[in-house]
Write a protein that binds this ligand. Structure first.
Ligand code: UDP
Ligand code: MG
Length: 305
């Protein structure tokens, strides 16, 4: 059986459409499946829609979070609820085409354990968005040692992979990267990002920046090394300037150089502050992890026990 995990946040307009489209695609391909909707604390009628879908179709199950915890916890809640032999995660807005699932499933039957959905185009995104997403993935890919460009959350995983992901202890999870990190025999399937047909994207610029910082700090310590590099650059600069100052002193021309002093002070000040800020992000991550709070809280469930 294939478990289909669909995180949904304020998607009242999309639940019924997603359920029927996914069901018809999988029925046509003769794939036995269950559909797990994870309602990430929606404030609209999403949960009512999921319950209605579960009543209509016994293969639909639902989890309802006590509040909005974010897409990552929602996907992991889905993974923990998986009863199938493999699982696929896709967006509720159908931007990940369900029509690709049978192709992925066939690859799983051939023995692949992770089938990554790779964006063949990024859909409609602004240039700034594309550039910053590019930088973000480059950083993570470089430091983690795998190529994550054009990666997405659309992927099909074997039960073994699901269990490995469920075994991870950290609170700050980043599904897209962790599914690379756990390894396993993987392959890719290209897909076109579809247009959203109803509702709107849940990502504001602020949310995206926060997402990038959280995931970079939870996945790589590269920014901490940048701090060291900045320190070394400062050291070299100070040696050069120190020599210049000494030579001037010996030559009897020690006065002047006021501008240099001001610039150096400003420069050192900013580098020190930025470095403390970077370290602060890591301390915040440690603090979050050490508290050991659950990733999410389920307040209600529906569908077959
Ligand atoms: N989502 C979620 N929790 C959130 C934000 C989004 O579960 O806090 C879900 C959302 O319902 C959708 C998926 O994550 O199924 C992708 O969200 P969206 O379409 O807003 O993102 P985009 O496609 O614009 O990247
Ligand atoms: Mg979307």
């Amino acid at each position: 059986m294939l478990s289909v995990i669909v995180p949904a946040f304020n998607e009242e307009a999309m639940i019924a459409a997603a359920a029927s489209r996914i069901s018809s695609v999988l029925d046509a391909a003769n794939i036995d499946f269950e559909l797990i909707f994870v309602d990430d604390g929606s404030r609209d009628a999403t949960w009512a829609q999921i319950r209605a879908a579960a009543e209509e179709n016994s293969r639909v199950r639902g989890l309802h979070f006590s509040r909005n915890f974010g897409k990552e916890p929602a996907m992991f809640a889905g993974l923990e609820a998986v009863r199938g032999d493999c699982a696929v995660v896709l967006d509720c807005d159908l931007q990940h085409p369900p029509e690709k699932i049978p192709e992925m499933y066939a690859l799983w039957e051939q023995g692949f354990e992770v089938i990554e959905g790779k964006k063949s185009s990024r859909g409609k995104e602004s240039l700034a968005h594309k550039a910053s997403a590019g930088l973000f993935y480059k950083m993570i890919s470089k430091s983690a040692g795998f190529d994550m460009e054009d990666a997405s959350d659309f992927k099909l995983m074997d039960r073994k992979v699901v269990d490995a992901l469920n075994g991870l202890q950290e609170r700050g999870v980043f599904f897209r990267a962790l599914s690379f990190w756990v390894g396993f025999k993987s392959t890719e399937v290209e897909y076109e990002v579809q247009e959203r047909t109803a509702g709107e994207s849940k990502w504001s610029l602020r949310k995206l920046i926060k997402y990038a910082i959280t995931n970079v700090t939870s996945f790589t310590s590269a920014p901490l090394h940048i701090v060291t590099v900045l320190g070394v650059i400062m050291l070299i600069a100070s040696i050069v300037l120190g020599i210049v100052a000494l030579v001037q002193k010996i030559a009897g021309a020690a006065l002047g150089g006021f501008t240099t002093v001001i610039l150096l002070q400003l420069f050192t000040g900013s580098i020190v502050m930025i470095s403390i800020g970077i370290i602060g992000y890591y301390i915040a991550r440690i603090y979050e992890e050490v508290k050991g709070r659950p990733r999410y809280i389920v307040s209600e469930t529906c569908g077959k026990e």
